[in-house]
Design a protein around this ligand. Sequence first.
Ligand code: ZN
Length: 248
Amino acid sequence: MSQSIKVTGMILSAVPIGEYDKRIVILTKEKGKISAFAKGARRQNSPLMGVTNPFSFGEFELYEGRTSHNVLQAHISNYFMEFSTDYEGAYYGFYFMEIADYYTREYNDEKQMLKLLYQSMRALASGKINRELVRYIFELKALVIEGESPEVFRCANCGVNDRKMLFSSQNHGIICEECKGIAPDGIWVSDSTAYTLQYIVASSIEKLYTFAVSDEVLEQLRRIMKQYMDTHVDKRFKSLEILEMCLK
Ligand SMILES: [Zn+2]
C-alpha cells in the first residue's frame, strides 16, 4: 500500500518536466538521496512553486508511489535566499550540490554528507570565512566521509611524523623528506598547512568552519586540493567550470 512519508533534507537540483512540473533531487536524513516529482510546481499559484528550488532545506511530505515519490507539501526552514542576489555564492553552492549528488546514493545513510553540506552552505552564506577556504574544507571533508581521506598525520610511506613534509596525491597523503624520492608530484607543506589538513580531517563537522588561514596556507591548500581531486576523483564537475569562469 502506498502512503505519505516525511523526510528532512536539502534540494540538490530541480529540473523542469513538461509544461508545469518539476523533478527534484533531495538529499535526506532518512532515505539518502531521492528524487521526487513536484506536480504543478511551475504554475504561478502552486504552493509547491516556492519550495522546490535548489538549496532549500526543510521537511518534505511525499507520497510514496510504486515507482516514484511525489511531493505533497514542504516546510522550508532555510531557503538560502542570500544566493538569489549573490551569484558568486550561488556558484559555490551549485558546486557543493553537484559534489554531494556525485557521492551519495539512494536509500544509503547519507546523514554525514547532508550535515556537511548544510554547514558548508551556512558558512558560504555567512560571508565570515573566505569562500575559497570553505571550498577546500568541503572538498576534503567530503572525501573523508567517503572513506577517501589522504593520510595527513604521518608519512604515508614510512610512518614518521616529525620531519619536513610534502603532499603527494600519487602516495595518498603526506610524504617525509627522507621518502621524497617516491613523490615526484610532491608539494611542500608548511607546518601550518599540515596542521590545517589534520584539523579538517579530524574535526567534527560542527567545528569545521571556525578558523581562518594565512595566504600562504590557502595557496598550499589550493595546490593540494586541485592535485588530489584531479588524481582521485574521476568526474569533471560542470558547476566547477562555471565557478572558475566566474572567479576569473
Ligand atoms: Zn617517510
